[in-house]
Design a protein around this ligand. Sequence first.
Ligand SMILES: [Zn+2]
Length: 408
Amino acid sequence: MRQDPARLSFEVKARDGDARTGVLRTPHGDVETPAFVPLATKGSVRGLSSAEVAGLGYEMVLGNTFHLLLAPGPERLAEHGGLRGFMGWEGVIISDSGGFQVFSLAHGGVADEIKGRRGELAGGGADVRISEDGVEFRDLNDGSARFLGPESSLEIQAAIGSDIALAFDECTPYHADRDYTARSMERTHRWLDRCLAWHERRGPRGQAVFGIVQGGVHEGLRRAAAERVSAAAVDGLAIGGTLGRDKAEMRGVIEMTVAHLDADAPCHLLGIGEPDDLVEGIALGVDLFDCAVPTRLARHGMALAPLPETRFRFDVRRAELSADRRPLVEGCPCAACAAHSRAYIHFLSRAEELTGVRLLVLHNLTYLERLVRGAREAIKGGRFDDYRRAVLNGAPPWRALAPTPSGP
Ligand SMILES: [Zn+2]
């Protein structure tokens, strides 16, 4: 870890077990942690203006290097003062490395894995070539040849102008064997050194770089990666790659990884953000999360809700909601629940009206913002375990701490 407050500083304010709350300070503002980070994949958080995202209480968004490389491209972003100027976002920006997307082209997506469909390793599938230099792939829009490697990823992230850049890594899938995962991890570490060397010479002065801990589901590899990346001149740490086949395995992988991270570093768990994953990750000491779930669910007519038995969501398009006058979730402070019924959102969603998606994005992002806000309050009050259990048992985030603890 390097300590350079001109780029980033992280201060832990309170601890409760392994859970912790703190403040991440960047040149473009502070982020209270633990925090959920919405995706501004192609320069917007789906359906919302940047001011609306800030209005929901979010202090940081994530821009996708892969998508922003294809369009509008780094030159256009640089002309507008980076992604911040382009999208009019006044808060903090973290950019991913593009590695997750290019390796998804090679290995098959994470969604495929969850469903048991297997991609092919090492570029067998989608015209992707992985070498020591980086990854060659085809732009699916126009068929042109593209390349992404450690230096070019950081160069694009410099044009994006993010406060936090992620080092270029290979996101290894669950179906990769231990040998492939080990060799890939070693290459990711060499890429980290190249990213840091490029950034030292040419990176924006105030930009922080997080290193990514790979190693798949293998304890020895996760430990080696955690120690190796913690020892590099990075400003923070991210946990990437496959976390296993199910939630129990995911918890184990996070636990075995966090144990070997530099405890002073902010820790970002990449691509994870369902309500139960958030409270379980926070319990293990994770500080930052990002995930497509709240916006992707909205697109499919799904609302987040305190329903552990149905993965904390329900389908607003279900026929029986067509006359339901209740809000999406009773007591939810979001604009959709304050003004509209399930019946209305059911109707909009079935009619594929944009307003339906917008209202569900507002609801889902409010739900997760309240969830992490509640976690921060619970940690400060030394009651995080009560909070975690209440959320897992189906309490809405804004009521999960309401009853005072019983007993003496
Ligand atoms: Zn709501």
